[in-house]
Unconditional design. Structure first.
Length: 187
């Protein structure tokens, strides 16, 4: 594969901002993200610096990027760490130690080249490696009408958990939860 997947570095806030803004201009952004381009582009540099520092530190969130041979960031995913003691982060309080994949985006010109698979392998491996109580599952949500994303997630091994939540701003639509569970006996 012609990509290197790695965690973001704290000093890369401008690149983190740029790929997020590209994601929010994607044709399916309105059903894939809980933020609009207009809101994101108006955020001050300090917001992007803090977001990137958090994603680089890897304490409660870790952001990964796939970098092409040309140096362009081809895609990204962020991993939120969710513990039962943390309270509500998205949906409801975590019932088990888990991570939550969010902000998934691959630039259109890099789709179909294994970028999302590589990003998810890194994100899932990182999830299983966390210290403390072991992470029991990795989850994500996908809008019920986002068939392209749902197909990618199924191909990678995610399965519907049976849970769903109403789509923010559209009570007639919902987000479906998908998950991968840790293999029994895995360290």
């Amino acid at each position: 594969m012609d990509y290197v997947v790695r965690a973001v570095r704290a000093d890369e806030w401008e690149r983190v901002r740029d790929i997020r803004l590209a994601a929010l201009r994607d044709p399916v952004a309105s059903i894939a993200f809980l933020e609009t381009y207009e809101d994101a582009v108006a955020r001050p540099d300090a917001y992007w610096r803090e977001r990137t520092e958090d994603g680089a530190a890897g304490l409660r969130v870790r952001q990964f990027v796939a970098k092409g041979l040309d140096g362009q960031w081809a895609g990204t995913v962020s991993v939120l760490v969710e513990r039962p003691a943390d309270g509500v982060r998205f949906g409801a309080v975590a019932e088990v130690d888990q991570t939550h994949l969010v902000g998934v985006f691959v630039r259109p010109e890099h789709r179909g080249r294994g970028v999302v698979d590589a990003l998810f392998r890194e994100a899932i491996d990182w999830s299983w490696s966390l210290t403390g109580p072991p992470v029991e599952r990795v989850r994500l949500y996908v809008h019920e009408d986002n068939a392209r994303a749902a197909a990618s997630y199924r191909r990678i091994g995610f399965v519907p958990s049976g849970a769903s939540i109403p789509m923010e701003g559209d009570p007639t639509a919902c987000e479906l939860e998908f998950e991968i569970r840790r293999e029994p006996g895995a360290a």
